[in-house]
Write a protein that binds this ligand. Sequence first.
Ligand code: C5P
Length: 392
Amino acid sequence: MRIVLGVSGGIAAYKAVEVCRRLVDSTHHVTPVLTEAALRFVGAATFSALGSEPVPEGLWSGGIPHTRLGQEADLVLVAPATADLLARYAVGIADDLLTATLLATRAPVVVCPAMHTEMWEHPAVAENLATLRRRGVRVVEPASGRLAGGDVGVGRMAEPETIVAVALAACGPQDLRGRHVVVSAGGTREAIDPVRVITNRSSGKQGHALAAAAASRGARVTLVTSSSLPAPAGVETVEVESASDMQAALQAVASDADVVVMAAAVADFRPKVVADHKGHGVPDLELEPTPDILAGLVAHRRPGQVLVGFAAETDDAVGRARRKLEQKGVDLLVVNDVSAPGAGFDHDTNEVTILESGGGATALPLRSKREVADAVLDKVVARLRGSTGDSA
Ligand code: C5P
């Protein structure tokens, strides 16, 4: 694969050396393109030695047409992407070889922002990133940690290992590019008092795998999760605790979503009254049902939106799930028999049947949760194509 590795001028440029090495080690052809500011942080000689070809000299002196690299690339990866680079890219300025390459390419583009916290939090940067995301650019979010000049905070470029994983995944089928996919994950926790909760055995692994798979296929992904698993790279994550937190978070994003996948194991009931201090002795708990979040989403679905539910069953899984699909009014219902060995809660594998409104049923033998996620998304993509008549 031909990869243009764009490096703009930030202290994280030294970590781009490692990104370059890893990509070349994975047998990709890497052309490093450094901005003038990047050359103040790292020398072209380092990238020329590690890359697959020397660093081109620039728009005017390199002797190559300004569009060639972009046209030939299978992927353009910018690490680090400074606030300045993101701004120039967002408005379409092409005043150096890297920005010209970004405008000339039709390949997937992945940017890895790195900057001081104040700059990262500035609305100008947030708006530029939102613009780029809307156009299908993948963003590897910065982490929190040590920044240039001894500051500490959010804005530190993601680690090379993460960047390489996201970048290579971006080159898979991009059949969800331009789509907004919302995924819920994890078992909700319903407070009894400030210390104790009612919860269930859900780990959140299947939901997180769905979010990661959707992001790899080019979607903008919002993951609403009550799981303590790390957030997948390139995914916007909203952490929640209870069913009502999850409902509020989902309502805020669902109206903009093309797809909502309710993989969360929402607690079915919660204490009617939450004690405001830790009680002593055995409490006399009165329970009430939680809101049915999925029912609310179905009631307010926007035209063409694909809704996916999950069901965990222990007996007559498919029969019960078929009735649930009809009763809930979803497009797809993924059912797992949680009593089967290797399937369901906390395993890395799952064995499911995907039921479709209108009658289809696909049974998938035991496989990784990521593979299950991709199989579910294949069905989602088919539904999106059917509802819009396009071939996105
Ligand atoms: O009825 P059951 O809990 O089996 O339905 C499972 C599906 O409904 C899942 O997709 C789950 O996320 C969703 N659900 C919900 N709100 C609830 C309970 C379940 O959205 N209170």
